[in-house]
Design a protein around this ligand. Structure first.
Ligand SMILES: *Cc1c(COP(=O)(O)O)cnc(C)c1O
Length: 337
């Protein structure tokens, strides 16, 4: 099977498994797991941020950040297709007691002007706006990427209005590679950043939350309350360390593969609107009868799995378990339609 449904379907390689088996571990709730401590330190240094916290999932790192940056009754600003809003089970209300003001951005990307217009005035009728969350790359935006300049402008609006700025960077490394940006630039712009190790970086589990020392101290308490305090977590943190060493630069290959698939699709009459392919995600519209479901069924006959994300839209995601040869097969299957 060639699984293009998501980059979360990657399985740990033999080399990754070996470092996991060999990891030195301790009880991380006591702060005594040397491998977790090493991962947190490495991530913080990479981004030039003060501290980091290893968590089981990106949903947890996002939700902890939202909890730490807000008070119940506050309002959070984000794009209407952002993961925190549509894919985290209503967690903003459930965990933080906050409401959301959504922005209709372009491919999940919002602007400083959007943010400025969404901030509530200091008025007893209005919820207190306290947090802005950006997503880079934008998942439902088809792996869309921000320009540094645009984030800097958003940061300026946040600072002028006393708002915190959080980044859902589940696929931030894809953006860094595609746009030739650096982790340090991001560390300077955001109050907190969430990165996932279990997407394109290929670990079986794990996300990291980054921020100031006080913020991470508070975040560690919230992680415990949510049941996310793990014990000998070094076995999975070791996979993260391996991934940061070995699996970042190779994301360029995934991006190249995605462009190859996009090209094959654009040669076909059944392909409707396609979002610009900037990283490892392809989202396009199927014009042929049967729509997205029929397309995915047909691909499955070639042992290729794709994800229908609406009646007419299909998503394909390239990742480190999809080889050159597999891309050749996908391109051939599309050409044969
Ligand atoms: C995958 C993802 C997350 C986190 O998901 P988990 O499955 O909880 O790790 C957060 N944001 C975006 C944009 C994602 O794609």
């Amino acid at each position: 099977m060639i699984d293009l449904r998501s980059d979360t379907f990657t399985k740990p390689s033999q080399d990754m498994l070996k470092v996991m088996f060999d990891a030195k571990v301790g009880d991380d709730v006591f702060g005594e797991d040397p491998t977790v401590n090493e991962l947190e330190k490495k991530c913080a240094e990479m981004f030039g941020m003060e501290a980091a916290l290893f968590c089981p999932s990106g949903t947890m790192t996002n939700q902890i950040a939202i909890k730490c940056h807000t008070q119940p009754g506050d309002e959070v600003i984000c794009d209407k297709v952002s993961h925190i809003y549509i894919y985290e089970g209503g967690g903003i209300a459930f965990n933080s007691g906050c409401q959301v003001k959504t922005i209709s951005g372009v491919r999940g990307l919002i602007t400083a002007e959007d943010v400025a217009g969404a901030i509530n005035p200091d008025d007893v009728h209005k919820a207190h706006t306290s947090l802005v969350v950006l997503e880079n790359t934008g998942n439902r935006g088809g792996g869309s990427c921000y320009e540094i300049e645009d984030i800097l402008q958003i940061k300026e609006v946040c600072q002028a209005n006393n708002l915190k700025l959080h980044l859902d960077g589940a696929r931030l490394f894809n953006a860094l590679v595609a746009k030739k940006q650096t982790a340090r630039e991001y560390g300077e712009m955001f109050d907190s950043i969430s990165i996932c190790l279990s997407k394109g970086l290929g670990t079986p589990i794990g996300s990291v939350l980054l921020g100031k020392r006080d913020f991470i101290k508070k975040a560690r308490r919230v992680r415990k309350v949510l049941g996310g305090g793990m014990r000998q977590a070094g076995y999975i943190a070791a996979a993260g360390l391996y991934a940061l060493e070995n699996n970042i630069e190779r994301l360029a290959i995934d991006h190249h593969h995605a462009k190859q698939i996009a090209e094959a699709l654009l040669n076909k009459d059944f392909t409707g609107k396609m979002m610009p392919v900037e990283t490892n995600i392809i989202i396009f519209e199927v014009l042929a009868e049967g729509g997205a479901a029929a397309f995915c069924e047909r691909m499955q006959k070639y042992n290729i799995l794709c994800l229908p994300i609406s009646a007419t839209q299909v998503r394909m995601v390239t990742h480190l378990d999809v080889t050159n040869d597999m891309i050749g097969e996908v391109v051939e299957a599309i050409a044969a339609f």
